[in-house]
Design a protein around this ligand. Sequence first.
Ligand SMILES: CC(=O)O[C@H](CC(=O)[O-])C[N+](C)(C)C
Length: 301
Amino acid sequence: MSEKKGAQATSPLKDFMAGGFGGVCLVLSGHPFDTIKVRLQTMPAVPPGQKPMYTSALDCCKKTIAREGPRGLYKGMSAPMAGIVPIFALCFAANDVGKKLQMKHKDDKLSLLQLFNAGAFSGVCTTVVMAPGERIKCLLQVQQGGTEPAKYKGSIDCAKQLFKEGGIRSIYKGSLATLIRDVPASGLYFASYEVLMRLLTPANGDRSQLSPIRTLFAGGMAGVANWAWALPPDTIKSRLQTAPEGTYKGWMDAYRALIKEEGHSALFRGIKPVMLRAFVANAACFFGVECARSAFNYCGL
Ligand SMILES: CC(=O)O[C@H](CC(=O)[O-])C[N+](C)(C)C
């Protein structure tokens, strides 16, 4: 594949807008999977001899629909939609900046390590927005409906209550866990997408003409690579961010408590819906990004 033929000039601004559109595609296709993941990750530990609240991802999905209707799966979506669109915009723009910082000439082809570094740089930049968005999203997702009245009426109400209870510190609770999850994961995400796109583009072929199936595949696999790293730290992050104030002293404390109570396998709880969502949502995301990039190029932007 030639990097020059068919490869239109990128810019942080274009990638900012394309990334935002990718974020919309990602949330619409991926949020139901995410709700199931958070519910599996945060269900109460089972006393010996008793049945767990959910026996599988499918069981969680069925029970959620039975109790709350299909809308239950989209609970808490306004927070990620409002958060993920700017996050993905920032994430794709920062990745472009990270790549450019390592290029001596505009046509340089980056190595795998350089692609990883650019993605990791983007992971650092997005944590500022990602950490509070995740805190609010997880708190809303674990509100199960049923008899107890919901504590939070929505994302804004949740943010307000957190701020009232513990100030900005409470809103940013789980930031270190988010960094541990997202810096390596973002490196893997962007590096694997780029490498797969290079491999899937025929020699001397035009990348912008690549079939949608190949772009969807590369995007889906990038999501899987991201979550192969991110799932264990994400479980700890979800625990930490949804636990009542004072339960854990920090990330390490939440990790130790989880291992002691439920063993290492608890770190991988929800792996099936996570990977399924990762493939579907990130296939949609990168496809959306490539469509937006093509549209900008078509319009001569
Ligand atoms: C953890 C996360 O948000 O991962 C993103 C992909 C996904 O499945 O949501 C990728 N990235 C961390 C690069 C934003």
